[in-house]
Design a protein around this ligand. Structure first.
Ligand SMILES: CC(C)(COP(=O)(O)OP(=O)(O)OC[C@H]1O[C@@H](n2cnc3c(N)ncnc32)[C@H](O)[C@@H]1OP(=O)(O)O)[C@@H](O)C(=O)NCCC(=O)NCCS
Length: 208
C-alpha cells in the first residue's frame, strides 16, 4: 500500500486530537468549509475592529489573475482547528500552514471574550507546538500587531521569542515571533546573538 503524505499527517494528528483544553474546551481538526462557516459566525466577536482598519486588499478585478498562484499555494500542508465549549458551541479557532521545509506558520488564533483569561491559549500553544513538532517541523512562526499584549505576552510566557519586525502594506507594523521545537535550535538562537567577550588583545595593541 502506498502511504500518502496526508495519511501520515492524519496518523500523527490522531495521536493529539481531539485535544482537551482548560474550561473543558475541546479542539477538533476541521475542513476548510467548516472553518470558514465558524469564522463567519464568531469572527465579529473576536476581531470586532477588523472592518474599521485601513487595510489594502487585492482589487476584485485582479482576483482572477491570482487564481493560479492561489491554487498552487493551496497544496501546502495546512492545519485548521475549531475550539468547542462543553455544550458544543464554537468558541475559537486556530489555523496555519507550512512556511518552508522547517517552519509551520501559525496564522491566527482567536477566542471569544468569555473564554479568554482561562489559560486556554497557554495550553493550546503547548499542545499545538508538541503536535507540530511531532510532524517534524523544527520551528513555528507568527506575526502580531505590536499592541496586542495578550498574544505577545502569552507567547513570550510560552517560550516563544521575538525574531523580527515587518512593515506590511496590508497589516502595518508586525512583530514576528518564533518557537523552536528542539532545545538545540533554541540554544542556537541564544548563542548566535550573544555578545561574547572579544578575544584578548595582544601586547602590541596600544589601545589596551
Ligand atoms: C490572544 C488570546 C488568544 C489569548 O488567549 P487566552 O486564553 O485569554 O490567554 P491565556 O489565558 O492563556 O493567557 C496567557 C498569558 O497571557 C497573558 N495575558 C492574557 N491576556 C492578556 C492581556 N489582555 N493583557 C496582558 N497579558 C495578557 C497572561 O499573563 C497569561 O499568563 P498567566 O496565565 O501566567 O497570567 C485571546 O486574548 C484572544 O483571542 N484575543 C483576540 C484575538 C487575537 O488577538 N488573536 C491573536 C492574533 S493572531
Amino acid at each position: 500500500m502506498i502511504e500518502t503524505l496526508a495519511q501520515r499527517v492524519a496518523e500523527v494528528r490522531a495521536r493529539f486530537f481531539p485535544m482537551t483544553l482548560p474550561a473543558s474546551v475541546v479542539a477538533h481538526p476541521v475542513d476548510a468549509d467548516t472553518l470558514e462557516q465558524i469564522k463567519c459566525i464568531i469572527a465579529p466577536r473576536i476581531f470586532p475592529h477588523d472592518g474599521q482598519l485601513r487595510r489594502f486588499r487585492t482589487p476584485p478585478e485582479r482576483e482572477a489573475d491570482l487564481q493560479l498562484v492561489r491554487d498552487m499555494y493551496a497544496h501546502r500542508h495546512r492545519e485548521r482547528f475549531v475550539l468547542y465549549s462543553p455544550d458544543g458551541e464554537p468558541v475559537g479557532w486556530s489555523y496555519g500552514q507550512m512556511e518552508d521545509y522547517l517552519t509551520f506558520y501559525m496564522h491566527t488564533m482567536g477566542l471569544v471574550p468569555e473564554y479568554r483569561g482561562k489559560g486556554i491559549y497557554t495550553a493550546w500553544l503547548r499542545g499545538l507546538c508538541e503536535y507540530i513538532g511531532a510532524l517534524g517541523y523544527e520551528r513555528l512562526t507568527s506575526h502580531h500587531q505590536p499592541n496586542n499584549r495578550a498574544v505577545l505576552i502569552g507567547k513570550l510566557k510560552a517560550g516563544w521569542v521575538i525574531t523580527g519586525m515587518e512593515l506590511d502594506e496590508s497589516y502595518g507594523p508586525l512583530v514576528k515571533m518564533a518557537y523552536y521545537t528542539h532545545s538545540d535550535r533554541e540554544h542556537g538562537f541564544a548563542d548566535v546573538f550573544s555578545m561574547r567577550p572579544p578575544p584578548k588583545r595582544g601586547a602590541q595593541d596600544k589601545r589596551a
